[in-house]
Design a protein around this ligand. Structure first.
Ligand code: PHE
Length: 341
């Protein structure tokens, strides 16, 4: 058979080479690539090729050699990645190296918050992101014309009956009240949606954790105490809190809580707009209307509620200055959290 025919034939065979372990791979190497292997035999034959054909046959021969070498390397990789320590082949095994992912910074912070409240006796409750008007607004004492219901804030999926993307996880609190009897002590982490233009400081979705405690004799002092405990565990024992009067339809009285800026230690910096304080959450005593609307007798029971954004807490903890980083999945950003637990 002429040399070029042999080369062509071998080229056709390369793809079907198999080796499932090191020994078979070595056989392959000996047969084709070793000093006494086929390629070297062909090289010897090449010497007798007439000069005018040398160029063409030479190219073919090099091509063959490269493709055998390539196939050999590929088989070798496959064997290395599938062999366990004893050298046995296990095709069902995940190939390594196994690149371990990192936890997302928002998950890290959420877990930390959940841990703090779990130690204080709160359990986690979750609910749907696609909700009805009742659980997001009506059961929480929102007047029919409350601006939060407006198209500008709420993403509507369907109208009459209104099906929307929840704008806060208070909807989960409403669902918990519906199905559980007091005492209730839950926190509700989850993603919420608001129709806002995306920028460094606002996004159309973010993450919240809301808390609810209902029992007999719950007071505003209990609320303040739990929030102080949370702030100190989350941001350090020196952290101070202050409560400012505010308004929410579902709490009365309502307040907004600030913590002493943990970036400048309260001295004033650009993050706290030189006030020394950073607002982190809304809170208040559950409005009796809300208890009654959700089947809990407001003459017997009282409660407090609070809610905050996980992004904000994460910004304070890790100084992430652009909200968009949280959802862009840029590995360079995510890998910065590799050493966090
Ligand atoms: N639901 C409010 C919000 O989304 C936060 C909040 C929760 C305020 C509970 C008071 C009490 O901003």
């Amino acid at each position: 058979m002429a040399l070029t025919d042999k080369i062509q034939q071998l080229l056709g065979e390369v793809a079907s080479f198999v080796a499932t372990n090191e020994a078979e791979l070595e056989e392959l190497r000996l047969k084709y690539l070793s000093r006494k292997g086929i390629i070297n035999d062909l090289m010897a034959e090449f010497r007798d090729v007439p000069n005018d054909q040398k160029r063409l046959v030479g190219i073919q021969l090099n091509e063959l050699k490269a493709s055998i070498q390539e196939k050999f390397n590929a088989l070798k990789q496959e064997i290395i990645s599938h062999e366990d320590v004893d050298g046995n082949l296990d095709l069902s095994r995940t190939p390594y190296p196994i690149a371990l992912g990192t936890r997302h910074p928002l998950s890290l912070v959420k877990n930390e918050i959940v841990d703090i409240f779990a130690r204080l006796g709160f359990t986690v409750a979750t609910g749907p992101e696609i909700e009805d008007d009742w659980h997001v607004f009506s059961s929480l004492n929102f007047a029919d014309d409350h601006p939060a219901r407006d198209m500008q804030d709420t993403f509507f999926i369907q109208s009459q009956p209104d099906i929307i993307l929840r704008t806060h996880t208070s909807s989960v609190q409403s669902r918990v009240m519906e199905t559980q009897k007091p005492p209730i002590r839950v926190i509700c982490p989850g993603r919420v949606y608001r129709n806002e233009a995306i920028s460094a400081r606002a996004h159309c979705f973010f993450h919240q954790i809301e808390g609810l405690y209902i029992d007999k004799d719950v007071t505003f002092a209990d609320l303040k105490q739990i929030l102080l405990l949370f702030a100190r565990q989350m941001f350090g024992a020196d952290t101070k809190i202050r409560l400012r009067p505010s308004y929410f339809p579902f709490t009365e009285p309502s307040a907004e809580m600030d913590i002493s800026c943990n970036i400048c230690g309260g001295k004033g910096c650009s993050f706290c707009k030189h006030t020394g304080w950073v607002e982190i959450m809304g809170c208040g005593m559950v409005d009796p209307n809300v208890l009654d609307a959700n089947g809990i007798d407001s003459k017997i029971y009282k409660g407090y509620a609070f809610g905050f954004g996980v992004e904000r807490i994460t910004n304070l903890k890790y100084r992430v200055s652009d909200l968009r980083l949280f959802s862009e999945n840029d590995q360079r950003f995510l890998e910065e959290f590799t050493s966090a637990h």
